[in-house]
Design a protein around this ligand. Structure first.
Ligand code: SF4
Ligand code: SF4
Length: 182
């Protein structure tokens, strides 16, 4: 992964003083809008990002179909498919008592733990992606600063490991924006 700062003309990051253009995969660059000093390590007991429904891109939908019943685990909202959330009888829930259908009592994701796979949106968190003039821009999701326990607790710089958060699929999507929520 290579990294360079953009001050207007360099790397095409026009007008985004201090933004950083990173080649995440060969030929696939992202414009990084967060502080490159920011570090992250998921704190498993937190589970905050699993208290919500999760947007499924088409590829995720087909991948999920190979691992779980779509009828039992997904729902359609405004023409898009989401992993459902539901009431849980364990403590890993949001204020409404609900969490993602795949969040287990031990705080682990059933898809990740049992199938070594999770939806693209789950990989991206605590980052968010938006497409600007055909380019992928990546920032830390606003709510993550408040709720994600994993920010600033390790020496792993987010900017050094963007390939762990941004699956190549994002560069192929017509609408990769990750802000849509259930
Ligand atoms: S699919 Fe797994 S990682 Fe994604 S929100 Fe649900 S429990 Fe969390
Ligand atoms: S909100 Fe952050 S620390 Fe908490 S489970 Fe999600 S990624 Fe991990």
């Amino acid at each position: 992964m290579s990294e360079r700062t953009g001050e207007g003309s360099e790397g095409g990051a026009s007008g985004e003083s201090g933004s950083r253009r990173v080649e995440v995969y060969p030929g696939k660059e992202a414009v990084v809008e967060f502080d490159p000093a920011l570090t992250f390590e998921c704190v498993p007991d937190c589970t905050w990002c699993c208290h919500h429904g999760v947007l499924l891109y088409d590829d995720d939908f087909y991948e999920l179909a190979q691992r779980a019943s779509l009828a039992e685990t997904t729902e359609t909202f405004r023409g898009e498919e989401f992993v459902r959330k539901e009431e849980k009888d364990h403590d890993h829930v949001g204020e409404d008592g609900e969490a993602c259908v795949f969040l287990r009592e031990d705080g682990l994701c059933a898809l990740h733990a049992e199938h070594d796979w999770k939806p693209t949106r789950c990989s991206v968190f605590p980052l968010e992606v938006r497409e600007v003039d055909g380019e992928i821009h990546v920032d830390v999701r606003g709510e993550a600063h408040e709720h994600c326990d994993g920010l600033g607790v390790s020496d792993r710089r987010l900017v050094d490991e963007l390939d762990a958060f941004l699956p190549p699929l994002l560069w192929e999507l017509e609408d990769p924006d990750t802000e849509r929520a259930l």
